[in-house]
Write a protein that binds this ligand. Structure first.
Ligand SMILES: *Cc1c(COP(=O)(O)O)cnc(C)c1O
Length: 393
């Protein structure tokens, strides 16, 4: 029998939104919803009130509007698709003005200038890499201009002299000139992350409140749900996007909608979200709690590996990952394993070849396991893997 290629894995890398390991861990409520909705038939495109054909776009629209303050909302396959749909609907064959400082590449092969070209819109870049003013946008506007676009530089930070036009000012320019403004927020925080002890990240609500025409963000970054691209904003603009023929190619399935509906519902209940939402829980886990987990894991691993490994608990930092908040790391506790014979690379290979595979970090001659990104049953899985490995050393 061949082993399936997609299997559960243990993420001990400390990267919370690890794209290679599937980005956000879904809330239990979202996992249950997928089970329930896919066990039989469901009301994907039927309105139970009238019995008539409905729209799958209605499913999460009301919740997204309530959470963000927007008039309308739309869900597509991922945020890359959302950006493509926005440009293709609102600016095909016309000009789109973007700051030179925001022509970013997000992960493999998603380069803003290339996406613009593929969408059929013409890119007009303005300003300088580290300085773009409102006047730069203003002067570039002609009768061919269809859209002003702001892109959140989610996966890198600029240090030193750096001026970008605030989204409120860009939105005001849009209103003044009658040109719609689109904001690609990337990670799309729905809660103020400072409440979790993390540096502020622009929220979707702030973008909507600024009067941006359409704002888009990922479902599986800070929102902590399934892979999806979410667009919120002006009803007229969103309706145009919904009737673009591309929409059929970009629409999401019932599993995504089930998971997204359940994830969004958690945000309506502020009090319980911290425990029910794995991404927010991992982001806000205090170091003292991580230290207790790390100490216990180190003790158990020492028992399994005896003299074959030096094992210690140390301070380190976790990353948010997924192109979110790049320069902001979180203090954490790691379990460091240093093999007395053999290399840390070999040890990492062995952990990765277990069932489930265990992924950690390499540092100098050590193999590190960051406990921040561990999920419920991961400790027994790591101990089982360690026992298998210890038996072959
Ligand atoms: C992550 C990101 C994207 C791509 O989103 P996906 O959901 O991975 O397709 C696009 N723009 C920005 C600014 C991003 O941060």
């Amino acid at each position: 029998m061949t082993r399936p290629l997609l299997t559960p894995a243990v993420n001990a890398t400390g990267v919370i939104l690890h794209t290679g390991l599937g980005r956000a861990v879904l809330p239990l409520a979202a996992r249950r919803a997928v089970m329930e909705i896919t066990a039989g038939y469901c009301t994907l495109e039927i309105d139970t009130e009238t019995g008539k054909r409905g729209s799958r776009h209605d499913i999460v629209r009301r919740m997204l509007c309530e959470l963000t303050g927007a008039e309308a909302a739309l869900v597509v396959n991922n945020n890359a698709a959302a950006v493509m749909l926005i440009l293709n609907t609102l600016a095909v064959g016309r000009d789109v003005i973007v700051s030179r400082g925001q022509l970013v590449e997000i992960g493999g092969a998603f380069r803003m200038p290339d996406v613009m070209a593929q969408s059929g819109a013409r890119l007009i870049s303005v300003g300088a890499t580290n300085h773009t003013t409102l006047d730069d946008y203003h002067r570039a506007i002609t009768e061919r201009t269809a859209l002003l676009v702001a892109v959140h530089r989610s996966n890198f930070e600029v240090v030193g002299e750096n001026v970008e036009t605030p989204i409120e000012e860009l939105a005001a320019l849009g209103r003044e000139t009658g040109i719609p403004v689109a904001h690609d927020l990337g990670s799309g925080a729905l809660v103020d992350l400072t409440a979790y002890g993390i540096a502020p990240e622009p929220t979707v609500q702030a973008s909507v409140a600024a009067g941006v025409g359409v704002t888009c963000f990922s479902g599986d970054k800070l929102l902590g749900g399934p892979q999806a691209g979410i667009v919120v904003g002006d009803a007229g603009l969103v309706a145009k996007m919904a009737s673009n023929p591309l929409m059929r190619a970009l629409r999401v399935d019932k599993m995504t909608l089930a998971a997204l509906q359940a994830t969004l519902a958690l945000f309506l209940d502020d009090a319980s979200i911290r425990n029910a939402h794995p991404v927010l829980r991992m982001l806000s886990e205090p170091v003292a709690a991580l230290e207790r987990v790390a100490n216990r894991l180190a003790e158990q691993l020492s028992f399994i590996f005896h003299e074959r490994m030096d094992i210690s608990v140390e301070d380190d930092v976790s990353e948010i990952g997924g192109g979110s908040l790049p320069a902001r790391t979180l203090p954490t506790k790691i379990v460091a394993l240093t093999p007395r014979d053999g290399s840390n690379r070999d040890l990492a290979d062995r952990f990765r070849r277990q069932t489930p595979p265990v992924f950690g970090r390499l540092s100098r001659d050590r193999f590190l396991m960051d406990v921040r990104t561990l999920c419920e049953d991961d400790i027994p899985a790591i101990l089982h893997a360690a026992e298998q490995i210890a038996g072959t050393l």
